[in-house]
Design a protein around this ligand. Structure first.
Ligand code: NAP
Length: 279
């Protein structure tokens, strides 16, 4: 096997953030401060941590972070009113509704109430449609991060067989479309897929987006495959069994330090772009 690459997400994220600094400054010269509004409903500790991390990342780059924390008993209508108010707020450039919301809320309706111009997290049905048609400005952040890593390291996807494990609306489905738009031949797997290890063995590019720790095993991986692990499970563990897969892969993202940091930088990039479009 040729030289192996450990795909360094922290480095990619730093490059993205560095490239945003002068753009934030240019906006400030026009008296515009990019602003990301986050909405958290309920008291899920992981969600609280994610929202805090996103707010801190905004602060370090000079992006304003407006954090709205609603109680667990918030109704769908109350949440929609909040989103509509943010849609109408001229000073807000991006809106992020932290997933998951409490079960009694209609999450899809809430996502789809976010105006497309402010959907910097790429969660709306319209945004997904745009991504699939290859003209969306704000694809979902984790799929965007995976493509950013592919671009940064010049990894070949055209004509390659990409196997995506997972088909969620924010991850598996959009990343499949994005790989297809880059001329990969894409197979999308899910919980009902039969013979999964045999399918993964045919992959030149593997995207793991399952939500199960160390799910992808080394003996499922073809020698020289590129592995992108979007998984982020309790204890900072990816969806890929890194130790057994690293010996087979030509390039692999570690967890932590792989897709995760780039995902946050994509959110910042989309927020800045939204502010630029407004200006
Ligand atoms: P999700 O909504 O739970 O979707 C999981 C997907 O995996 C589903 O499509 C499911 O299939 C499939 N699946 C479950 N068990 C399977 C099995 N045994 N074989 C094959 N497929 C199976 O999860 P998600 O939101 O997409 O997240 C996936 C992972 O990415 C999680 O680890 C999450 O923490 C991580 N994540 C990371 C970031 C980041 O910034 N790095 C952001 C978001 C999520 P069905 O559709 O048939 O149920």
């Amino acid at each position: 096997m040729e030289k192996q690459i450990i795909l360094d997400g922290k480095h990619v994220a730093k490059e993205v953030k560095d490239s945003l600094k002068h753009r934030v400054e240019a906006l400030k010269e026009q008296d515009i401060t990019p602003c990301l509004a986050t909405i958290l409903v309920g008291n899920d500790p992981s969600s609280e941590t994610y929202v805090k991390m996103k707010g801190n990342a905004c602060g370090r780059l000079g992006i304003r972070s407006m954090q709205i924390h609603l109680p667990e008993e918030t109704t769908t209508d109350q949440l929609l009113d909040q989103i509509i108010a943010l849609n109408e707020d001229e000073s807000v450039h991006g809106i992020l509704l932290q997933h998951p919301v409490p079960r009694h809320i209609d999450e899809r309706l809430a996502f789809d109430t976010i105006s497309i111009e402010k959907d910097v997290d790429g969660v709306t049905t319209e945004g997904f449609g745009q991504t699939a048609f290859h003209f969306g400005r704000f694809p979902s952040c984790t799929p965007a991060a995976i493509m950013e890593i592919i671009n940064f390291y010049n990894l070949e996807v055209e004509g390659k067989h990409a196997v995506v494990i997972g088909r969620s609306p924010i991850l598996g489905k959009p990343v499949s479309m994005m790989l297809l738009n880059r001329n990969a031949t894409v197979t999308v797997c899910h919980s009902k897929t039969e013979n999964l290890p045999q399918i993964v063995q045919q992959a030149d590019v593997i995207v793991a987006a399952v939500g199960m720790p160390k799910f992808v095993k080394g003996d499922w991986v073809k020698e020289g495959a590129v592995i992108l692990d979007a998984g982020y499970n309790k204890g900072n563990i990816g969806d890929v069994d890194y130790d057994s897969c690293v010996t087979k892969a030509s390039a692999i993202t570690p967890v932590p330090g792989g897709v995760g940091p780039v995902t946050i930088s994509m959110l910042l990039k989309h927020t800045v772009l939204s502010a630029e479009m407004k200006s």
